[in-house]
Design a protein around this ligand. Structure first.
Ligand code: SF4
Length: 276
């Protein structure tokens, strides 16, 4: 059993490893736990990029994907996170609640993958709603079947990462199957749940025009999708792969050129998406 640690403010680009060596394997954590405790990487207090307004972003540990361009491989394993209580998180969040409300913001749970610790993140989201805050998660959707409808009811917005429309590309980039993400997107659409789709543009990996078109055509009819956000690949996470002695395949991958970014944005726009 891990021991409670301090909930660390910081930055998604901070490297944090080995903080809870006796944590369970993330692939074995299931919903049955009551969610009173969980593993967290860090939190940021003033993000303008992860939902509307100014937001606290809580980066939780645990992810089952292995994206080749992941900026935060130190969020993959629960053992690298800090073991905290949901109450600790909510007490800290409560201190920011009035400021967040006055700045039209709220809380976004990112990671890692919020659905790995679904009971823990659900408890935090429910607590945030009680504080009157706007709530969001950023997710790949891969573990969508783990979320019951009451979890989705506690969410005002989903930031859904669709990394590819091609099953083979998705598998080669993430190590997992595409299908669960598409089914989760359809579930959100059926519920009318406000969603921002995020697409990471990685030259040589996800920039194929047919790949982009496939996402655009899938998303365009979904009235719940308010925005498609094109996120250019960057190298800010490269040092983490090196420090963790992981095999980083993007050493030579360039950041997208302005022309490439414009081409991709235009593809989404041409399909009828609101894109930025
Ligand atoms: S889903 Fe996110 S946290 Fe998980 S490996 Fe991919 S980029 Fe990293």
């Amino acid at each position: 059993m891990s021991h409670l640690g301090n909930l660390e403010p910081g930055n998604r680009h901070d490297l944090r490893v080995g903080l809870s060596p006796d944590a369970p394997d993330e692939s074995k954590v299931r919903d049955e736990a009551d969610g009173a405790f969980g593993y967290v990487h860090s939190y940021e207090t003033a993000s303008r990029y992860d939902g509307p307004g100014v937001r606290v972003v809580l980066f939780v540990s645990g992810c089952l994907l292995r994206c080749s361009y992941c900026h935060n491989p130190d969020t993959w394993h629960l053992k690298d996170g800090t073991y905290v209580s949901a109450q600790q998180v909510l007490e800290r969040l409560g201190g920011f609640a009035n400021a967040l409300k006055s700045l039209s913001g709220g809380i976004t749970i990112s990671g890692g993958e919020p659905m790995v610790q679904a009971a823990f993140t659900k408890r935090i989201l429910a607590g945030a709603k009680q504080l009157g805050l706007h709530t969001a998660i950023e997710t790949s959707g891969y573990l969508g079947p783990r979320l019951d409808d009451s979890y989705l009811a506690a969410l005002d917005l989903v930031l859904l990462d669709i990394k590819s429309s091609n099953p083979e590309t998705y598998r080669s980039v993430t190590g997992r199957e595409l299908e669960p993400t598409l089914r989760f997107a359809e579930r959100l659409a059926a519920l009318g749940k406000p969603t921002w789709v995020r697409f990471t543009l990685v030259p040589g990996f996800t920039d194929d025009p047919a790949n982009v078109d496939g996402i655009a055509r899938f998303v365009a009819p979904m009235k719940n999708v308010e925005w498609v956000e094109v996120q250019p690949f960057h190298q800010l996470g490269a040092f983490k792969w090196k420090a963790m002695k992981l095999d980083y395949k993007n050493v030579d991958t360039p950041t997208p050129t302005p022309d490439l970014i414009i081409r991709v944005i235009e593809q989404f726009r041409a399909a009828g998406c609101n894109v930025r």
